[in-house]
Design a protein around this ligand. Structure first.
Ligand code: PLP
Length: 365
């Protein structure tokens, strides 16, 4: 029998051998955790979603799904006032981001900002494409001058940004899209919690792609569903490079019901925004700096009882909360994030527990 003389590793593509995969937020096992580390929705999805999935069950497991997710495309087109040729659905918005890298970032590098969504470099790594990282400064405003100089055919901008929560105005995004010679992807995972979104700019710019997800505002992270909006020629390129059945039948049924229940979506988003704004004000009263958030999380720079801030303080509070079964997110790898903690907005009980545990931490110091 023939067998490999070398480790299978050595037969892999060189760029795959070097690849480091994405690190998802920690998924705790067991009960009793306040899990506010991955920006999931603390509230359940619209009840119409479960009903639609149950109804679709009949033949849903035996038959292939609609390869184009056409019903979803039409409903999203109606919602955003675009044509259904300007919409593509995917297995989470991560799928759409992956298709964008696949279609537009082969030979030239892909650009993105730091800090922003840490999946972009991983997708580029899978594709073997180069990257250009453009750093923010502490103001977290778009660095226009640096962005104007980059050599990339595709640029990813997260708005509202993660992990800061800072949203970019359509005026700022327009300025960027007009000067960028390539595709600008505005990743709007958190747009339902924001004051403004970029969909109205689609009528003006052929190089704009807006991506959306059902994982945050719709409370459907487990369903894996997201979409992209763009010029129809961009969509047709993305359609060429996607899996033929990239959205399963149950996700198509549930997602359609969720899209149709905009009233429920708005009510949940408003509730989360109210809780968010309440706790931002609370923490500012403690003297903690917190970026104005247009998302469902807060990025806050904690201070200890002595009034000190910094990476050691952030790490200490992160560990203290974890020891008390509260999971948030800490990003120690960047000087702009190492003194901060990202706290997803939970329901009122969860946030009360966070607040009380912070008080305990301040007293014990
Ligand atoms: C959560 C998140 C996504 C992921 O969306 P999925 O639809 O769950 O794949 C995309 N972009 C950003 C910025 C996110 O925070």
């Amino acid at each position: 029998m023939m067998s490999l003389t070398n480790s299978p590793f050595e037969y892999a593509l060189p760029h795959i051998q070097k690849l480091r995969g994405y690190t998802p937020g920690f998924q705790p096992k067991g009960d009793g955790w306040v899990k506010i580390n991955t920006n999931e929705n603390p509230y359940p999805p619209s009840p119409a979603v479960e009903a639609a999935i149950k109804e679709a069950m009949g033949d849903a497991l035996r038959l292939y799904p609609d390869p184009r997710s056409d019903a979803l495309r039409e409903e999203a087109a109606k919602l955003h006032g675009v044509s259904s040729e300007q919409v593509i659905f995917g297995n989470g918005s991560d799928d759409i981001l992956n298709l964008l890298v696949r279609a537009f970032a082969q030979e030239s590098p892909a650009g993105y900002l730091l800090p922003s969504y840490s999946l972009y470099p991983v997708l580029c790594g899978i594709q073997g494409t180069g990257t250009v990282e453009v750093p923010f400064d502490r103001s977290m405003k778009l660095p226009f001058d640096a962005l104007a100089k980059i050599e990339a055919k595709i640029l990813f901008v997260t708005s509202p940004n993660a992990p800061t929560g800072v949203g970019f105005s359509n005026a700022d995004l327009s300025r960027l899209i007009e000067t960028f010679e390539g595709i600008v992807v505005v990743d709007e995972a958190y747009a339902d919690f924001a004051e403004e979104n970029a969909t109205e700019l689609l009528a003006k710019y052929r190089n704009l792609v807006v991506t959306r997800t059902f994982s945050k505002s719709y409370g459907l992270a487990g369903l894996r569903l997201g979409y992209g909006l763009a010029d129809k020629d961009v969509i047709s390129l993305l359609d060429r490079v996607r899996d033929s059945y990239n959205v399963n039948r149950l996700s198509q049924a549930g997602g359609l019901a969720a899209l149709k229940d905009q009233r429920y979506l708005k009510a949940v988003a408003e509730k989360i925004c109210r809780t968010r704004d309440y706790y931002r004000a609370e923490w500012e009263k403690l003297g903690w700096f917190c970026y104005p958030s247009q998302s469902n999380f807060l990025f806050v720079e904690p201070r200890n009882a002595a009034g000190e801030a910094g990476p050691k303080v952030a790490q200490e509070l992160f560990e203290y909360l974890k020891a008390n079964k509260i999971l948030i997110r800490y990003f120690p790898s960047n000087p702009l994030t190492e003194s901060f903690l990202r706290i997803s907005v939970g329901d009122e009980d969860q946030m009360l527990r966070v607040s009380e545990t912070i008080q305990k931490w301040l007293k014990n110091a």
